[in-house]
Design a binder for this molecule. Structure first.
Ligand code: HSE
Length: 440
């Protein structure tokens, strides 16, 4: 079968032989024949740059260097695969590879979200492809689905569980009642967490991925600095349980929504009705829901990280690049789905101009009339209450937890209401506020 490919194999260089690099090497080797049947040519790993061997890879006679720039400057290599992570060195490596006329495949979400505009401009100048399917949601081909599969649609919104570590933590908190810090340690041991785990739990990793998704969904430049990011570190098991009692699950969601005023780009804990498919995405799994005017809602689910799931996306990009190498640059799929001269300047909205429903937890003294005062504060600001639940007096502090879910309202309006609620004499401490999305 392999003999039917008369064209010479395409030579690729892998920079970084960690989890994803090792997985990419192994998948390319194991599935070489299937991959060549798809690409129309063989794909040969001609060089690897790695600081140390990966015990899960038998690299055999493949040349190995310790210097990633050896790969970027190797005249034999057609495609550089950047799997070192981080912003600084990865940016230099990718720009150098592009400068040398090489195509690039990367799994680096931080790099694309922060430096993507610069990188794609340079790639256009040099007529090369930069492919990044593995940067978002590991093994789920969601970039391709939005960029190509949904190309007919005006996309209205998308919402995703796009950080496996955070989702694992929330799942354990809900299912086993475990505390946040305890679960985080286990998530780190599982190997999914970022080098700096605050990237996972503070939503930075998810914001990188959301920035990329929003660009290809709406045809806007990458604007990571305008994404609103709120982490899961303040979530308590009490709120997880109250949400459950109201028929919701709490998920750390990335939401991008097109409105007339601008685009909402936000990552935060979110209550989702428990019967939505996406509310039942558990553990380290990822899922992205995309709502388009023609297709309606679609849902993409799978492993969001890990050795071979991520390698699956890297290798799919390689196949795409190999097929498109001989096409004129203007006949290739644009990096950000829309033609570069057709990107829109529709602004990213600041968070106080975003609209959402809200879950509020108020700790009140057990006095008559408190509920009436709370209701007055909300109604004076035009905030409609969807449901309300008053719990029994807590034995340890004598306070009554009051749980409310509002209808959709501007963020600035709810902040105003919370300030007024916290000023009430019978309200103790801060009001807990978590956004609610119906996703219908
Ligand atoms: N730290 C990321 C996660 C890895 O937990 O999802 C994949 O990007």
């Amino acid at each position: 079968m392999m003999g039917s490919f008369s064209v010479k194999p395409v030579k690729v260089g892998i920079c970084g032989l960690g989890t994803v690099g090792g997985g990419t090497f192994n998948v390319l080797k194991r599935n070489a024949e299937e991959i060549a049947r798809r690409a129309g040519r063989g794909i040969e790993v001609a060089q690897i740059a790695a600081r140390r061997p990966n015990p899960k890879c038998e690299t055999g006679s493949t040349p190995i260097t310790a210097d990633i720039f050896d790969v970027a400057n190797n005249p034999e290599i057609d495609i550089v695969i950047e799997l070192i992570g981080g912003y600084t060195l990865a940016r230099e490596l990718v720009l150098q590879a592009i400068e040398n006329g090489k195509h690039v495949v990367t799994a680096n979400k931080a790099l694309i979200a922060v430096h993507g505009n610069e990188i794609f401009a340079k790639a256009r100048e040099k007529g090369v492809i930069v492919a990044f399917e593995a940067a978002v949601a590991g093994g789920i081909p969601v970039i391709k689905a939005i960029r190509e599969g949904l190309a007919a649609n005006r996309i209205n919104w998308l919402a995703g569980i796009i950080n496996g570590t955070g989702n694992f933590i929330l799942t354990e908190m809900r299912e086993k009642g475990r505390a946040f810090a305890d679960v985080l340690k286990e998530a780190q041991a599982l190997g999914y967490a970022e080098a700096d785990p605050t990237f996972d739990v503070e939503g930075i990793d998810a914001a990188h991925k959301l920035t990329i998704l929003a660009s290809i969904a709406f045809g806007i430049p990458l604007q990571f600095d305008k994404a609103y990011t709120e982490g899961i570190t303040q979530l308590t098991t009490a709120d997880v349980n109250y949400a459950e009692a109201l028929g919701y699950r709490i998920k750390h969601l990335g939401v991008a929504r097109r409105t007339e005023q601008g685009i909402e780009l936000r990552v935060h804990p979110t209550l989702i009705p428990a019967d939505r498919l996406i509310a039942n995405v558990n553990g380290v799994m990822n899922a992205v829901m995309v709502n388009g005017d023609a297709a309606g809602s679609t849902l993409f689910y799978g492993a969001g990280a890990g050795m071979e799931p991520t390698a699956s996306s890297v290798v799919a990009d390689l196949v795409d690049v190999v097929r498109a190498m001989t096409a004129d640059p203007e006949n290739r799929v644009p990096h950000l789905a829309f033609q570069p001269d057709s990107l829109s300047d529709h602004p990213i909205l600041p968070i106080d101009a975003c609209e959402s429903a809200y879950y509020l937890r108020i700790q009140a003294k057990d006095h008559p009339g408190v509920l009436a005062q709370v209701a007055t504060i909300l109604s004076e600001r035009g905030i409609n209450i969807e449901s309300i639940m008053q719990m029994e007096v807590e034995e340890h502090d004598g306070l009554v937890p009051m749980i409310l879910v509002t209808h959709r309202v501007l963020e600035s309006r709810i902040i105003e209401a919370i300030t007024a609620l916290e000023a009430l004499q019978d309200v103790v401490g801060n009001v807990v506020r978590i956004r609610v999305e119906q996703l219908n």
